[in-house]
Design a protein around this ligand. Sequence first.
Ligand SMILES: *Cc1c(COP(=O)(O)O)cnc(C)c1O
Length: 352
Amino acid sequence: MKIHNFSAGPSILPQEVITKAAEAVLNLNNSGLSLIEISHRSKDFIAIMEEAQNLVKELLNLPDGYSVLFLQGGASMQFLAVALNLLKDDGKAAYLDTGSWSSKASKEAELFGKVEVIASSKDKNHNYIPKGYKIPADASYVHLTSNNTIFGTQIKEFPKTDIPVVCDMSSDIFSRELDFSKFDIVYAGAQKNMGPAGTVMVIVKDNVLGKSGRTIPSMLDYQIHASKDSMFNTPPVFAIYTAMLTLQWIKDLGGVAVVEKQNEAKAALLYNEIDSNPNFIGVVNKEDRSLMNATFVLADESKKETFDALAKEAGLSGINGHRSVGGYRASIYNAMPIKSVQALVDVMKKLN
Ligand SMILES: *Cc1c(COP(=O)(O)O)cnc(C)c1O
């Protein structure tokens, strides 16, 4: 039976990416060697790293002056790396609190300096994106979470400010066109929309670095990683190779603009069903709905067993909501075909 993978992360990857990654593990480029047993300093791997970095720059239309890094420790390591690299010794950082991931990020920054939470959606269990807040001009940076994987909200319009903008884009990177020249640091764990767990992509604008006045441990120092072309130590070769394959897949489809159109169509299909089917209630503010993670609950909890059985029968996997929200969450990342969203909608229609 075809399984439709709605997992929030690690999550669906294009089937052809998985096949090619598996082939490279057995035999990379007909070299007779496995991708995971060659030196990261070999010609083959250096070419892979460069291709991955160049594809990021091309697909995101990055202007000159940015470095693309593939690091380890996940997005969670970047919560503290960002603060170490940007937060001035006696300074403060501004955080927009839109859910669990952003509060985890600000908690790490508090270890290194003052944190000002500029707005929060906590009062309504993060079912909306705060708007109209002020960003303090004297903060070292402002930190945003573009897509809230757990609650299902997404920032549609980014605030304007003159201070450095840092954004956790773990769950919507490469899903929509954005003007990346407006961001100074962007980071994204690979396992939501890019590849397997094991690497986190970091985009840094070189000229915001080196100003914090701190001593930064080498492994957390963006300047060191950038000066070594993301090869300061052994990089996670398998995760980077697979991410590169996903980026090639996006390019072959026609780029981020094409993927964005598909994502809009998939989300519209699902949200239309949520809104028109009396059995379901959308969890978040309509204008803040995520194109990547759709959260919804049953109008009548007693139908849960029936709905879960129908979903299982149809091969729907990973639709249970996060424990802090309940109900259901369908993660419909770039690699999810619209046919799978249709399979979910069909099951929703079947429930009476
Ligand atoms: C999953 C996720 C994280 C955590 O990523 P790790 O790689 O597990 O550290 C951080 N932020 C967002 C928005 C996420 O979705």
